[in-house]
Design a protein. Structure first.
Ligand code: PLP
Length: 503
């Protein structure tokens, strides 16, 4: 494809993408294809001769679109949103044109420097404490990761290294140190709650450290509180285990609950090595989805985000609820040396003057992979195109319609019961019934009926043995009338469930 061919292909592709967004409501939300559908439609090997763009492009609509579930559809109420927007798409376009494996500053200084700057902008917009800024008092800073799962793994690697360095005497011989590390590792434990996303468990699994789940229930609205954490820490101590890592969540996956940051600090001060002393427990805040809402000052206040000052790392996904397409997980650390010490492996081929003189940030030392894309460009475009005000309006609008949905569900008390929320544009509810079994069965059938309509998509979950439906309103294209229509579908399908019982 030459320059003119690219110009023509790009124009028709951009037109098709605009048309896709403009006509999205006319499509089914969830793909209706059977497993293996695509193999039947595509040749068994790549073409020997290159094909012209028009014949490639037409396959998007005929072969790919049937297998797409539309995450930007106004009827998408499942999981959490996976955002995109035109400024973000433009960022990706430039990023793919400027493609490079920008692991060191010298590999493209703008890639590193823009990342540092926009992550500082974002930290300020989210109201994070100063210590998470690259210019802050503790030499912290942010780095873009591919996902919240990569972020928690990166944080756990750094936490493990920090804990070992602080708790193993520095004057041992190499062999004695290796033995001490092996003994210590057998006792080290990462903690999370039953409401924490599974990525923390996966990180512990990958690192080969023990993992203990702390039970949280509806009694604390699925939040980790001081008494619950204190008990878990005491129980670890009794077993001779050494907690070194804890994930605290701002917006849990099932219910969007927020852990009690003040309570966590106080429990850690009393029942483990106090914050800022050797052998302290590293606290990672997973705000993958709800962290986006921190652009609103009222949410900064209600979640008490200022209290994470004594914690160690914080992560939120702009690619969930902040209009930036996958992937853009923004990970912050209070002291960047913790990442650099854990993740720097030098190899002659990567040496250069700027790095060797310690003048620059090399983001390969803050992450697991070596190469990295120019992801800050799309964040820069989104922050500049919408402005903080535009982002606040979007979060407030989608939160407001979520609240309305929750109220409508609550008002229909002869049919439904709200289990949690509305919280951060998420309501979790179920059908009422004479006993737990009937409520579970009705709710399970309701979820099935709603999703088989293909007009809207919801996800179900199980909370303390209670089958429930999660309904999320955070998608950019979702308006109040879409939610009103969705509520109509939910009621209609619930009536069908009840009618089905009469037969
Ligand atoms: N943390 C929370 C609270 C989540 O809800 C999710 C996914 O929804 C994740 C982590 C994992 O996100 P990612 O796909 O970016 O790894």
């Amino acid at each position: 494809m030459d320059s003119q061919g690219f110009r023509e292909a790009a124009i028709t592709s951009i037109d098709e993408i605009i048309n896709y967004f403009d006509t999205l409501p006319t499509r089914d939300v969830v793909s209706q294809v059977e497993p293996g559908y695509l193999r039947k439609l595509l040749p068994t090997q790549a073409p020997t001769e290159g094909e012209p763009w028009p014949s490639i492009q037409k396959d998007i609509e005929s072969k790919i679109m049937p297998g797409i579930t539309h995450w930007s559809h106004p009827g998408f109420h499942a999981f959490f949103p996976c955002a995109t927007s035109y400024p973000s798409i433009l960022g990706e376009l430039y990023s793919s044109a400027l493609s490079g494996a920008c692991f060191n500053w010298i590999c493209s200084p703008a890639v590193t420097e823009l990342e540092t700057i926009v992550l500082d902008w974002l930290a300020k917009a989210l109201g994070l404490p100063q210590c998470y800024l690259s210019t802050g008092p503790t030499l912290g800073g942010g780095v873009i990761q591919g996902s919240a799962s990569e972020a928690v793994l990166t944080a756990m690697v750094a936490a493990r290294e920090k804990y070992l360095t602080e708790t193993i005497p520095s004057d041992l011989t190499d062999d004695a140190r290796d033995d001490a590390i092996a003994l210590k590792r057998a006792k080290m434990v990462a903690l999370a709650t039953t409401a924490t996303h599974s990525s923390t468990k996966k990180a512990a699994l990958i690192l080969g450290v023990r993992f203990i789940t702390i039970p949280v229930t509806h009694e604390t609205n699925y939040s980790l509180t001081a008494p619950i954490l204190s008990q878990a820490l005491a129980s670890c101590r009794e077993r001779g285990l050494e907690p070194f890592f804890l994930t605290a969540t701002l917006g849990t996956t099932d219910t969007c609950s927020v852990d009690d940051f003040a309570g966590i600090s106080s429990a850690l001060s009393t029942h483990s090595n106090p914050p800022n002393t050797p052998g302290e427990v590293w606290v990672h805040v997973d705000a993958a989805y709800a962290g986006a809402a921190l652009v609103c000052p009222s949410v900064q206040e209600s979640t008490k985000i200022n209290l994470i000052e004594t914690f160690h790392s914080f992560d939120m996904n702009m690619h969930k609820w902040l209009l930036t397409n996958f992937d853009a997980s923004c990970l912050y650390v209070r002291n960047r040396e913790w990442f650099v010490r854990a993740l720097t492996i030098n190899q002659a081929v990567y040496a250069n003057e700027a790095s060797d003189n310690g003048l620059v940030t090399d983001y390969r030392e803050w992450q697991i992979p070596l190469g990295r894309r120019f992801r800050s460009l799309k964040i820069w475009f989104v922050l500049r195109s919408y402005g903080i005000k535009g982002l606040q309006e979007y979060i407030e609008r989608t939160t407001r319609i979520g609240q309305e949905f929750g109220e409508w569900i609550r008002e229909k008390r002869e049919m439904f019961e709200v289990l949690t929320g509305p919280s951060f544009a998420l309501t979790v509810f179920r059908m009422v019934g004479k006993d737990e079994e009937e409520r579970n069965e009705r709710t399970r059938r309701l979820a099935e009926k709603i999703n088989s309509s293909a007009k809207i998509w919801v996800t179900s979950t199980v909370l303390d043995g209670r089958y429930a439906i999660r309904f999320m309103t955070g998608v950019r294209k979702t308006e109040r009338e879409d939610v009103e229509r969705a509520f109509g579908i939910v009621v209609e399908k619930a009536e069908e469930v009840l009618r089905g019982e009469e037969r």
